[in-house]
Design a protein around this ligand. Structure first.
Ligand SMILES: [Zn+2]
Length: 219
């Protein structure tokens, strides 16, 4: 008999029957959870896993937002400066190129990779996983993308760059008239969406959904 996936997560008879508590290592049987419910450790009470409502749909929305905001951040200026009537605008891509030309190739590469490259990869990776999974479809390569997402998620440094830019801006304000442009607000929004995207979906849930979609295809 087929069990409806929408009735809960993880599905009963999941490939992953047991889960260990991260804090005290107590082993638990994985039980079916209705949407919106969470499972806690019977020993220490810490969260084991949860079935967040609409988790895939939210991850898709956040993935799209991450890509859109990164695009805006790349193609629109970050700030405009007016120093004694001379106006100039600076964007992230321009800053990366400028750092390269000014003899700081490592900083330039780091900003390009951690501030632009990784958000694009995380947004696209989330969509690659969650769009097919929302229709219970499996695509080859999902496991690899999932592992890469888990390995790289802690390396996104948009907020570090943003804070650094804020500090520099405070100094610039004394020298010139500074206006914040679309790129700046896109980066602020990107920080929020990235944090939401990374915190909003349970890793165990994604693995379980990938395995389920794969089994369905192989049946
Ligand atoms: Zn525990």
């Amino acid at each position: 008999m087929h069990q409806s996936v929408s009735s809960g997560w993880p599905r009963a008879g999941s490939v992953r029957h047991r889960v260990a508590c991260e804090y005290c290592d107590t082993l638990h049987e994985v039980l079916l959870l209705p949407e919106g419910k969470a499972a806690h450790c019977t020993n220490c009470g810490k969260l084991l896993y949860q079935n967040r409502p609409e988790s895939l749909q939210r991850a898709i929305a956040l993935g799209v937002s991450v890509l859109l905001l990164t695009g805006l951040m790349m193609f629109f200026p970050f700030i405009s400066l007016d120093a004694k009537g001379v106006e100039s605008r600076m964007g992230i891509v321009g800053a990366v190129v400028h750092m390269w030309e000014a003899g700081s190739p490592l900083v330039s590469l780091a900003v390009g990779l951690f501030v632009l490259g990784l958000p694009i990869f995380l947004g696209a990776g989330l969509l690659f996983l969650c769009l097919p999974l929302s229709r219970r479809r499996y695509l080859p390569g999902m496991e690899v993308v999932m592992r890469l997402l888990q390995a790289t998620e802690h390396w996104v440094m948009v907020e570090v760059f943003f804070l650094g830019a804020l500090v520099s801006l405070l100094k610039l304000v004394k020298l010139a008239k500074v206006e914040l442009e679309i790129g700046f607000w896109s980066m602020a929004g990107l920080m929020v969406c990235l944090a939401g995207a990374l915190a909003g979906i349970d890793r165990l849930e994604l693995w379980d959904r990938i395995e389920h979609a794969k089994e369905r295809r192989e049946r």
